[in-house]
Design a protein around this ligand. Structure first.
Ligand SMILES: *[C@@H]1O[C@H](CO)[C@@H](O)[C@H](O)[C@H]1NC(C)=O
Length: 390
């Protein structure tokens, strides 16, 4: 191989690397999610911008888009304040009467928050899961959509704003007003929800994970696993309710998270919440996230708990290894480590949806189910090799 060809190889390898790096659009999404998105903020524009962006993206992907408007009540100081919100819903319809799965993330923020972390990363991941799912079940994909998947970005999670605001959060309104009628008011038509809430913090340092006493009491197994790894915050936490349907969903997700080698960089830590005493102990820690209305669903007097997983980095209970100085830009925020951690979650959620809601198409010579990134990589390799041969 002459010197000219060597340079060609170097250039083309660079091209291959950059085309692989472009496989996620996380940063592009985060550019639209970096402001405080709260109706009590000086400007409501960041929340409205996020809303427009999510709708546009859902439409681009070919989802049926619904804006579900609702009202809720805040109590900033002494007086109650009614505000209106809009959950953004994108439906990937399957066959009639098929069990529905939901993937959701809050797109609003508390007033005092890091908007990229809480929960810009979760929303960006939601958009990426939707994009991969629609690609894999689209004209060029290897899967056929059998069962319906609903992607939803929730507005106004007032339970996360502190101060005990009296209103109901967006996920509660979505569940009661949109989902329950959609599934014809029977939980048999529901396969479960996966909620992405604060999924970007991780650390390989000891004592980056805070374990308070209530937590160890409620999750003895998880706590000893965390203690065994010197309280290292290198895991994604999965909160699940201990009923058979939630456990089934949790097992599927676990299998997908732990499937390939990359998983060994991060752990998945299951946090099964018993519907008993321990439940009370940790209620305060994890009842403000959007999975909770599913667990505590009461369409009438009777409790009808719906299967739902909460995926989270545990938020205030973890110190991130990558510090992002304020003002924290999306480019500075999306370090390689953060991107890897978030991408792992995106892949595991997407594959869980493909497992549960689709069927793999018979393999033809063109579609071998090589996964999302492989075609790009193959094109790059072929280009490189033909460069060498020439
Ligand atoms: C609800 O019932 C309608 C009418 O029978 C049917 O078309 C639809 O597929 C059902 N939805 C689900 C999720 O089962």
């Amino acid at each position: 191989m002459g010197r000219g060809n060597l340079w060609k190889v170097v250039l083309l390898l660079g091209f291959a690397a950059s085309s692989l790096a472009q496989k996620t659009q996380l940063q592009a999404h985060l550019e639209h999610l970096d402001g405080v998105r709260n109706p009590m903020a000086p400007s409501d524009e960041p929340r409205l911008e996020a809303r427009r962006y999510i709708k546009d993206k859902f439409r681009e992907l070919g989802l049926q888009v619904y804006g579900h408007t609702f009202r809720t009540v805040l109590k900033p100081l002494y007086d109650e304040l009614t505000v209106s919100g809009e959950n953004i819903i994108g439906v990937a319809a399957g066959a009639e009467g098929s069990p529905v799965m939901v993937v959701g993330a809050d797109y609003d923020t508390p007033l005092q928050s890091l908007p990229l972390e809480d929960n810009g990363a979760g929303v960006a991941a939601l958009l990426e899961v939707a994009r991969h799912y629609m690609h894999e079940t689209g004209a060029e994909g290897s899967f056929e959509r059998l069962n319906t998947v609903i992607f939803v970005a929730f507005d106004l999670n007032v339970k996360a704003y502190g101060n005990n605001h009296p209103g109901k959060p967006g996920s509660y309104n979505f569940l009661h007003q949109f989902l329950w009628p959609y599934i014809n008011e029977t939980s048999n038509n529901f396969a479960g929800a996966i909620i992405l809430d604060s999924i970007s913090k991780f650390s390989t340092k000891s004592n980056s994970q805070y374990v308070v006493q209530e937590f160890s009491d409620a999750f003895p197994k998880a706590s000893s696993a965390i203690a065994n790894s010197h309280n290292t915050g290198d895991f994604l936490a999965m909160f699940t309710r201990e009923d058979s349907r939630s456990i089934g969903l949790a097992n599927k997700f676990t299998a997908n998270y732990e499937k390939d080698r990359k998983a060994q960089m991060f752990r998945l830590q299951s946090m099964p919440v018993r519907d008993g005493l321990s439940f009370v102990g940790v209620l305060e820690m994890f009842n403000h996230q959007s999975h909770y209305p599913f667990w505590s669903f009461r369409p009438s007097e009777k409790l009808v708990p719906l299967p739902a997983l909460l995926l989270t980095d545990t938020d205030v209970y973890r110190m991130s290894q990558d510090v992002c100085d304020r003002p924290c830009t999306p480019a500075a925020f999306l370090t390689r480590g953060r991107e890897a951690f978030i991408t792992k979650t995106i892949e595991a959620v997407t594959n869980t949806l493909l497992n549960l809601q689709t069927e793999r198409l018979p393999v033809t010579s063109a579609s071998g189910g090589l996964g999302v990134t492989t075609p790009l990589f193959l094109i790059a390799c072929v280009t490189v090799i033909s460069g060498i041969i020439r």
